[in-house]
Design a protein around this ligand. Structure first.
Ligand SMILES: Nc1nc2c(ncn2[C@@H]2O[C@H](COP(=O)(O)OP(=O)(O)OP(=O)(O)O)[C@@H](O)[C@H]2O)c(=O)[nH]1
Ligand SMILES: [Mg+2]
Length: 192
């Protein structure tokens, strides 16, 4: 199935899955550490500059944001984790919101786990990947900001991933600056 990602509209921001839109379409959820590039990736996929709100400061997205893609699927932008400031604990929000989400989102088809190409996986990242594996939820590890690493850094990362048992077809690299990587990701999403 070919999905036209440029036909994208914002549907709503939900403080919890209770307020999510009626489950008309299959859902693809994006999760990842705050500032990893979730909202930017949505904009790149949809070729829109400001469909999803991005920020250079972490902790921006605090709601589940639903985007309707071509009346074929919802992309769901989740708050990031790994960031606490000013009495606001993003990890707590993420944990509670996601527990609820995973138990109720019956149309969830795929989780994109975003990881920064330049950083090692955090404990949070590994916990989420293990959780998805245990629950048998289809997922793809998307290494973001791939424009910031060179070939030898990429090779090193791939070696590390293979050592910790991550399979090649579980991984994709993405950069908002490299259209080819965005096309590849679209094809992977469409084929699922
Ligand atoms: N060089 C480069 N920068 C990127 C890329 N993707 C995102 N960024 C930058 O990373 C920063 C964070 O991006 P966001 O998309 O707001 O990150 P987020 O994961 O939605 O963050 P939260 O909503 O806080 O969880 C912004 O300054 C983006 O411009 C990329 O592929 N390459
Ligand atoms: Mg965001």
């Amino acid at each position: 199935m070919k999905i036209d990602f440029t036909q994208a509209t914002f549907v709503k921001s939900a403080p919890s899955i209770k307020e999510a839109p009626q489950g008309l379409f299959p859902e693809v959820l994006l999760v990842g550490k705050s500032n990893v590039g979730k909202s930017s990736l949505i904009n790149a996929l949809c070729r829109k500059k400001a469909l999803a709100f991005t920020s250079s400061k972490p902790g921006h997205t605090r709601l589940l944001n639903y985007y309707n893609i071509n009346d074929k699927l919802y992309l769901v932008d989740a708050p990031g984790y790994g960031y606490a400031k000013g009495g606001f604990d993003l990890d707590k929000l993420f944990g509670e919101m996601m527990n609820d989400y995973f138990s109720k989102a019956t149309r969830l088809k795929l989780v994109l786990v975003l990881l920064d190409s330049r950083r090692e996986l955090s404990t949070n990242d590994i916990e989420i990947i293990n959780y998805l594996r245990e629950k048998d939820i289809k997922h793809l590890l998307v290494f973001t900001k791939a424009d910031k690493i060179n070939q030898s850094e990429k090779a090193k990362l791939l070696k590390h991933l293979s050592e910790i048992g991550v399979e090649k077809d579980e991984i994709t690299f993405a950069s908002t600056l490299k259209a080819k990587t965005i096309e590849e990701l679209k094809n992977k999403i469409s084929s699922l």
